[in-house]
Design a protein. Structure first.
Length: 267
């Protein structure tokens, strides 16, 4: 009897050990909450702005983690100041925004204005936001690229080119040269009409150009107040296609719509 009781105790003890081991195997350690910050974009482009201008950029973010997100510190690096950040504590799934004001300063050309954001997110404790753009000091030309698209050979098409003076002492347009005989240009001065610049018409005479893709250049001659003359190139592209009997003549298309700044101060 004693031996039988001993065997039963051993079996019971064996199953207790197995049960405790299985419970330990299925038991998961507790995971601490981790906030995560995600910006819809980390770079804002203000396009073109004048010197010493104020530009406002808004960055939106979201807490995609499983704990409260805290915006601890915002450090502007160059030419920036923080206007507002709302809220500084963002709950799970919550959203916020950060507004940054940029002073463009005197330096011309493409500029980058960074700001560093410090949070309690363990994976991204420091992020850099950038406000970028071009600071203009003299003249703006629009569009950046003139694209006539597909033109039937033998037709004539026109596209506008506008030249804007951003400063009263900006350069004067003295003339425009073309790299191809089938491109012609005419312009008129609009300074006396309340528009500080010139309006230009670029025409393609498809009868004088070969069939196929063309890539030509318009060269602008600009005279500065100092007496110096600068040259700026504007690309002109398109494709002349053979005409067939009864085919329709499509209108021209304007491909480039972004303006660019001519840095005439040599910076």
């Amino acid at each position: 009897m004693t031996q039988l009781f001993s065997i039963r105790c051993s079996v019971l003890w064996f199953f207790l050990l197995i049960g405790s081991g299985s419970a330990a195997a299925f038991e998961q350690p507790a995971v601490a909450g981790r906030p995560e910050i995600r910006f819809s974009t980390t770079q804002q482009d203000f396009g073109i702005a004048a010197r010493n201008a104020s530009v406002l950029a808004t960055f939106r973010f979201e807490n995609t983690g499983n704990a409260d997100l805290l915006v601890e510190e915002i450090v502007p690096v160059c030419g920036c100041r923080v206007v507002s950040v709302e809220p500084r504590r963002v709950h799970l799934g919550g959203k916020g925004f950060l507004r940054i004001s940029v002073q463009t300063g005197d330096r011309l050309g493409y500029r980058t204005y960074p700001t560093r954001v410090h949070t309690n997110a363990p994976d991204n404790p420091e992020l850099e936001l950038r406000v970028v753009g071009t600071v203009a000091g003299a003249i703006r030309i629009s569009p950046k690229l003139i694209d006539f698209g597909d033109l039937p050979r033998g037709t004539r098409a026109r596209e506008p080119l506008r030249i804007l003076r951003l400063e009263p002492t900006g350069p004067r347009l003295d003339g425009i040269d073309s790299s191809a005989k089938f491109l012609s240009v005419g312009f008129r001065d609009l300074v006396g009409q309340g528009y500080p610049g010139w309006e230009t018409t670029v025409a393609v005479d498809g009868g004088d150009a070969p069939v196929g893709r063309f890539a030509e250049v318009l060269t602008l001659h600009l005279a500065e107040a100092s007496g110096k003359t600068r040259k700026l190139d504007v690309p002109v592209v398109g494709t002349l296609v053979p005409t067939t009997e009864g085919s329709a003549v499509p209108g021209s298309t304007l491909g480039g719509t972004m303006a660019f700044v001519a840095n005439l101060d040599g910076n």
